[in-house]
Design a protein around this ligand. Sequence first.
Ligand code: F6P
Length: 548
Amino acid sequence: MSDSPKLVRRPEWTALEDHRAAQLHPQLRELFAADPERAERYVVTVGDLRIDYSKHLITDETLALLQELATATGVSGLRDAMFRGEKINATEDRAVLHTALRAPRDAVIEVDGENVVPQVHAVLDKMANFADRVRSGEWTGHTGRRIRNVVNIGIGGSDLGPAMAYEALRAFTDRELTVRFVSNVDGADLHEATRDLDPAETLFIVASKTFTTIETITNATSARTWLLEGLGGDDKAVAKHFVALSTNAGKVSDFGIDTDNMFEFWDWVGGRYSYDSAIGLSLMIAIGPDRFREMLDGFHLVDEHFRTAPAGANAPLLLGLLGVWYGNFHDAQSHAVLPYSHYLSKFTAYLQQLDMESNGKSVDRDGNPVDWGTGPVVWGTPGTNGQHAYYQLIHQGTKLIPADFIGFVNPVAGLSDGLKAQHDLLMANFFAQTQALAFGKTPDEVRAEGVAEELVPHKTFKGNHPTTTILARELTPSVLGQLIALYEHKVFVQGAVWNIDSFDQWGVELGKVLAKRVEPALSEGADVPGLDSSTAALVATYRTLRDS
Ligand code: F6P
């Protein structure tokens, strides 16, 4: 048991409570008016990312107090232990080394006395060789036809990362290849992904860290049936059409995939931190090994920044602490991530797993219940669409919703001149929204427009909604890596302050166990002893209405 004081009894915590109580309504209008240099001072640049945090409900004192909390809770010590390969995932007795996945070839990072960097690069080289062979047509299917379709089968971290990054980097992909992602055990997902594909030209990538995940193994088994039916039933076809990404060679082999066709990763890579490992193979095939390596370099750049930048200019630390400020001292329950890029349409869904599976915890590292808030609900979709849907609530609702706005100065290459010209309109919305959220519109400003008095309250925007603006020149593989590493480390910082294990995910287990128990009741009408009356009635209804 730790003998350090409970988080909420630390003087650094109560100092923040007092600070919050003393400035009940810090107004962004006033903060900006009082400090003409605020916008220049509250900016941090990391690689290609310019991160403006001036539109937050903070002063220099707030930042100083938050930094003191980070120091008191040992954030930097835990960070260094993570980078050193110590087993900071205590409940699973594992190191947490996704940072090793993007370390340069000559780095030395040891787990249990063994340098893991050579293994990382050996797998990357094997992936690159395979990706090149598929992309060039040298790797053919069982009948000798070129592979034109790649279907990744995985779920959670074995799906969201590569699916998000494929979408994000679509402009860099080989457009001759069809790349799809199947995750849902709903048979409709595999059906829709394969219905117009030719099995002779289709490669399945079965992605599963454990290779025991029921959704993935079920879909992979159905995919194998689809393939063999399409290719005349010769089992040998599997070797040319199935590869595996996993830490579990035994299970891969049990499934019938030759371990020569397996791309390995390790138990020190968490599922939600894994798309820059072998789990990224589908992405590497789509964008090519060079682009994939550029992405890894982007990750590494931010890793180094997080590891070495001073506290006051350390972007993940600042963003993490701002989240603590709102979640714990302003009672914010959620955090919106609003990318102004169509290519980032899956970005927030990816972050949901990264953040909510990591920090959705209610006991501390010693197993004691926490009496402070932990991870927020993370949500959002690409910005302009959200503007015409839920932004109303952010602007005029009663909830405080801190938001990240992510935008790019230039559209990606490949758009026609006419479509490129639309980018200014997109970005005008991007800038306008953070401005409107921060500064609002006062009743007097509304009146000055001649608005009828009874409508003034409806047309008033109280403003003071905090946002971070992340701006980069262009969405490239490196910038994507930088963004993801930024959020990974932000999540880390918050878990460290809250003293929770951000790297386990026991909360997903109970539902899995219960599903296994209930499934025979649905398919065979088997009796499930001890079922509660609500679930029993629902199951009975299901059985009654089930066709066949
Ligand atoms: O059930 C949650 C989870 O374990 C995630 O953490 C993980 O990303 C996902 O399932 C998939 O796991 P696997 O890669 O082992 O199939």
